[in-house]
Design a protein around this ligand. Structure first.
Ligand code: C2E
Ligand code: CA
Ligand code: CA
Ligand code: CA
Length: 279
């Protein structure tokens, strides 16, 4: 009925109706998936570059969706964030990952788990309680858990406060995808992080660009000045790993050391060398 409003008129095209329905269906299915155990965690090793031993594991969520196969986070995390389903989804991921960390520790392996937490989830009032419950229920000591957030957290005062409170409990906090978002040095200086993860877009270009190498060197030095540990992401070649080790980067993650996989398959990855339990 809106003759002049072309944009508005388009809202009522039949295809759009189908899209709305499809989205509604996705949402209903995702809601059910969280409770029905269709979410699967793959873990990717984080290694100490000096020893090549695994010191941590990042939990990366997948959705085993009936009729659709195994979906990666890019296919559903956006929807989860828009609909608020990220809260129960993230709670499920957190609980499962902490349970796995305890299982590994019971096997004498000193690996901590690292969990991605979206800013939206972090700014929810119940997040600290959820975290507390999960740690109590699993018995995981706080230092066995790292929470990864992206630079979008700077734009959300509530999330930032929650993050700093979490850090005071002994849970580690990591700044993910560093260098791709909204970091400013003043934030970095003001709010302490335990870990800075150097985004894979930088490490991918290491061998090709002297400029990139210079920037990565600066990020590693900056991380050290801030008293944090650097983790380089997306390491695919031994040359990248060697360069990073020589540049003083402590830790790395990438297909070179291991692809994300279910915990049960970790022992079959030849490159996975477990860190032995400290005495
Ligand atoms: P991220 O946190 O930066 O995770 C690293 C991504 O890089 C993962 O993609 C991983 O599979 C991929 N990757 C690891 N090593 C290499 C490598 O050597 N080369 C290349 N090319 N890629 C590598 P994935 O699993 O598809 O996850 C994508 C993103 O989804 C994650 O990026 C993270 O932001 C988000 N995500 C995953 N799980 C969760 C979750 O439980 N909650 C939330 N909120 N977000 C999650
Ligand atoms: Ca991450
Ligand atoms: Ca507690
Ligand atoms: Ca990352």
């Amino acid at each position: 009925a809106k003759r002049e409003g072309g944009a508005r008129f388009r809202l009522f095209q039949p295809e759009m109706g189908e899209q709305v329905l499809a989205r509604q269906r996705d949402k209903t299915d995702l809601r059910a998936a969280i409770d029905d155990g269709q979410l699967v965690l793959h873990y990717q090793p984080i290694v100490d570059l000096a020893t090549s031993r695994v010191t941590g594991a990042e939990a990366l969520v997948r959705w085993q969706r009936p009729g659709h196969g195994l979906l990666g986070p890019m296919d559903f995390i956006g929807l989860a964030e828009e609909t608020g389903l990220i809260v129960p989804l993230g709670g499920r991921v957190l609980a499962d990952a902490c349970e796995q960390a305890v299982r590994w520790q019971e096997q004498g392996r000193t690996v901590g788990v690292t969990v991605n937490v979206s800013t939206r989830q972090l700014s929810t009032s119940g997040f600290l309680d959820t975290l507390d419950h999960v740690l109590d229920n699993t018995g995981l000591r706080p230092s066995g858990l790292t929470i990864e957030v992206t630079e979008s957290v700077w734009a959300d005062e509530v999330a930032m406060q929650a993050l700093m409170q979490i850090r005071e409990t002994g849970v580690r906090v990591a700044l993910d995808d560093f260098g791709t978002g909204y970091s400013s040095l003043s934030y970095l200086q003001r709010y302490p992080f335990d870990i800075v993860k150097i985004d894979k877009s930088f490490t991918a270009e290491l061998g090709e660009s002297g400029r990139t190498a210079g920037v990565v060197r600066c990020i590693i030095d900056l991380t050290e000045v801030l008293g944090a540990n650097a983790v380089a992401e997306g390491i695919e070649t031994p040359a990248q790993a060697d360069w990073l080790r020589r540049a003083g980067c402590g830790f790395a993650q990438g297909y070179l050391f291991g692809k994300p996989d279910v915990a049960e398959n970790w022992d079959e990855q030849p490159s996975v060398v477990w860190a032995a339990k400290r005495g």
